[in-house]
Design a binder for this molecule. Structure first.
Ligand SMILES: [Zn+2]
Length: 417
């Protein structure tokens, strides 16, 4: 039996989960919340109906195994995330879990088991959109969540991450103690298939690509610029402490630094957003006394992230002096860049060649659970599948035939381990 014969199963899974998670605009599967739990429940039932085993781990991630699999034996892990951003797309994360399940179904139906047992994991809480923190489910397994992370508040309900994780069935005491909830020696390799979230593969005409590495990031979910509110008609420019002009000045300075660094060939992307004055206080005729905004920089290099972050702080100090404002920073949050295992990348490339697929190496600008496994010293590999219209929006468009080519490559690679 070939992977391609499982196309109707893949289509059914994507269709059902899209309908289950539809919010009127896109799909919403909130991290450690109702949408994510509903998707996990659907996938658990699907797996059990098809003769696979499914159970939650201590971080409430969903783990799938083949029947009669020895849960204690080293395994090849294939994982991705169950959650989505608000009004997101159906394929971000889900594609990787469905890919792993198709590989397991093929093994279950043919009886041709891979030499290293295959375990599939649906991670919870990969998206930072809900709690301002990414990789929650995989991070919890690896003992990476600190007390400040667990105290983060849900964007809508304000409930703490710890409370939401506990409600989903996670072992909060162990996670709070930063216990390692998996035995690294039992993870033979970690593989992740994911849609590309940028425009490169469509432009290059590539159905699949091997991912050599993942950018890291440094962030503040909220920086507050505090100046002095005043009457827009009555205060002359030289006496103003305008928080809005100060933030605009900062952003233009960061953009100038960014352009110079790019000219030197340095890998960097910079984003600010969530810019707001207080809706209770602001008006057309009021000089803004306070502006909130977010900051994010991503790069393949830790040194670049650190130096750009220091530039941000230096410019904030300079603007404070120039414009009579001050900046307050919430907790600095960072994710390390990651390099995928050379041997696994070569195996993925070899599988592409054997199937006569054109492919290239395409680095990932977006973060993935694979980066945590790679940085924990577990050999990790990633495969991208072509996707149009970007990601984190309802217009993600992955062709099911491209997807099946990707699953075929994944299946061949699993068999080669
Ligand atoms: Zn994703």
């Amino acid at each position: 039996m070939e992977i391609l014969e499982l196309k109707p199963v893949a289509e059914q899974l994507f269709t059902d989960l899209c309908a289950l998670s539809f919010d009127g605009v896109g799909v919403t599967r909130d991290s450690y919340g109702a949408g994510e739990t509903a998707a996990a429940g659907y996938l658990r039932d699907f797996a059990l109906r098809h003769g696979l085993q499914a159970q939650a781990d201590r971080a409430a991630n969903l783990v799938f195994r083949l029947p009669q699999a020895d849960a204690g034996a080293p395994a090849t892990w294939v994982g991705s995330h169950l959650d989505s951003v608000p009004q997101g797309g159906n394929f971000d994360g889900l594609a990787g879990i469905v890919a792993g399940l198709l590989c397991q179904l093929r093994q279950a139906r043919t009886g041709q088991r891979s030499r290293v047992p295959l375990q599939v994991v649906g991670f919870r809480g990969e998206e930072s959109a809900w709690f301002g923190k990414a990789y929650i489910g995989s991070g919890a397994l690896l003992g990476k969540l600190c007390a400040a992370d667990l105290a983060l508040a849900h964007r809508h309900s304000g409930e703490s991450l710890a409370a939401c994780m506990a409600a989903a069935g996670a072992d909060i005491a162990a996670i709070r103690a930063q216990e390692l909830l998996l035995d690294k020696a039992k993870v033979h390799a970690y593989l992740e298939l994911h849609i590309e979230q940028g425009p490169v593969m469509v432009a290059r005409g590539l159905p699949v690509a091997v991912v050599p590495g993942i950018r890291g990031n440094v962030r503040h979910n909220q920086i507050r610029c505090i100046g002095e509110a005043g009457h827009s008609g009555a205060v002359p420019r030289w006496l103003r402490k305008d928080a809005m002009f100060a933030v605009a000045d900062l952003i233009m300075r960061l953009d100038a630094h960014w352009r110079v660094l790019l000219e030197r060939g340095i890998d960097l992307v910079v984003t600010t957003g969530m810019v707001s004055t207080s809706p209770q206080a602001h008006s057309v005729s009021r000089i803004p006394g306070m502006v909130n905004f977010s900051f994010e920089a991503r790069s393949k290099s830790v040194e670049t992230l650190e130096s750009f972050y220091q530039l941000l702080r230096t410019e904030c100090k300079a603007i404070s002096r120039d414009r009579g404002v001050r900046f307050e920073f919430d907790r600095r949050i960072e994710s390390a860049p990651a390099t995928m295992d050379g041997g696994l990348s070569e195996r993925l490339a070899q599988a592409c060649r054997q199937r006569d697929l054109p492919f290239e190496q395409v680095p990932s600008g977006a973060g993935h659970d694979a980066s945590l496994f790679a940085n924990a010293g577990i050999p990790s590999g990633m495969l991208f599948v072509r996707n149009e219209h970007g990601s984190h929006n309802p217009d993600e468009a992955m062709d099911i035939d491209d997807f099946l080519l990707g699953v075929q490559v994944l299946d061949d690679t699993i068999a080669s381990l």
